[in-house]
Design a protein around this ligand. Structure first.
Ligand SMILES: Cc1cc2nc3c(=O)[nH]c(=O)nc-3n(C[C@H](O)[C@H](O)[C@H](O)COP(=O)(O)OP(=O)(O)OC[C@H]3O[C@@H](n4cnc5c(N)ncnc54)[C@H](O)[C@@H]3O)c2cc1C
Ligand code: FES
Length: 262
């Protein structure tokens, strides 16, 4: 695994791309940029001084030879500050962090993303296509059409893409669980990223149908490097142990997580 760097990254672009959602592109040294794996994340300082004190975690949305991009949703003070940063300003960044998505899967992958959780999935789809010569199937869900992101990236890759919105304003009306395949020729290997209730619902279906998979978990994080233990989630084992999302994850096997206990 690549050792994380602590760097001052210049903002190359930072602009809204959907309702309340921004895309930020950061300059990253060439010997680091392409080492990021799909599903890894960065911790970014989101304040001028010590307010907010803690860095904020964001998935790496895309990586080219000299830059990383992230997609972020305006949530609170830190992301509001981030949205005010202009090209040329420097941001304090640590990354790449954590364990990303596997690129070799035991059966055909099915990527399932919800809301801003789709952020790491286009890079995963691209890396998967480069490795296996065929794009994965993708399902993405949003509340409404204004919040849809990353659709073109999946279409450019030639993914078989299903978009759903809760209000039916784009794609089929419903939730991602409504459009999971009911009788696939081979059980899909699920690769999830989205809000906990969405991933819990998909994990339940996977358990019932005997499907395997992984999920990228979101928790509040203070350090991002395994020092504070603030990102613990209950593990699915009889000893009531915990997994630390920043170190063991954020991408974890579906069956490793106690989905019902949160
Ligand atoms: C590994 C990882 C990857 C992430 N990737 C992305 C990403 O690609 N894009 C993105 O927009 N966000 C991502 N997040 C979530 C992001 O870190 C939070 O939205 C951000 O920290 C909010 O900071 P803030 O200061 O603006 O909000 P705060 O003022 O800290 O919080 C505002 C509100 O947002 C809620 N909130 C804070 N953190 C989270 C969280 N982790 N999950 C859900 N709700 C939260 C708070 O409970 C509060 O209600 C990721 C989180 C993790 C752990
Ligand atoms: S965020 Fe500190 S241990 Fe995970």
């Amino acid at each position: 695994m690549t050792m994380p760097w602590s760097l001052q990254a210049a903002v190359l672009a930072n602009a809204p791309i959907a309702s309340g959602i921004y895309r930020l592109r950061l300059a990253v040294p060439a010997d680091l940029a392409t080492k990021a794996k799909a599903g890894q994340f960065v911790m970014i300082r989101t304040g001028d001084r010590h307010d907010p004190l803690l860095r904020r975690p964001f998935s790496i949305h895309d990586a080219d030879r000299t830059s990383w991009s992230i997609l972020y949703r305006l949530a609170g003070q830190g992301t509001a500050w981030l949205s005010r940063q202009s090209p040329g300003q420097n941001l304090a960044v640590i990354g790449p962090l954590g364990r990303g998505f596997p690129l070799d899967t035991p059966s055909p992958p099915l990527l399932v993303g919800g809301g801003i959780g789709v952020a790491p999935l286009p890079m995963l789809a691209r890396r998967f296509s480069e490795r296996h010569g065929a794009p994965p199937e993708v399902i993405i869900g949003f509340r409404t059409a204004d919040e849809v992101v990353a659709e073109e990236a999946f279409l450019r890759l030639g993914c078989n893409l299903t978009v759903v919105t809760e209000d039916g304003s784009r794609g089929a009306q419903g939730l991602v669980t409504d459009v999971l395949p009911t009788a696939p020729s081979e059980p899909p290997f699920l690769m999830l990223c989205g809000p906990w209730p969405m991933m819990r619902a998909v994990a339940r279906i996977a358990r019932e149908r005997g499907w395997q998979g992984v999920a990228s978990l979101e928790t509040t994080m203070a350090c991002g490097i395994g020092a504070c233990l603030g990102c613990a989630v209950p593990a699915n084992d009889p000893h009531r142990t915990y997994l630390h999302v920043c170190q063991h994850g954020p991408v974890l096997e579906l069956q490793a997580v106690q989905w019902e206990n949160r």
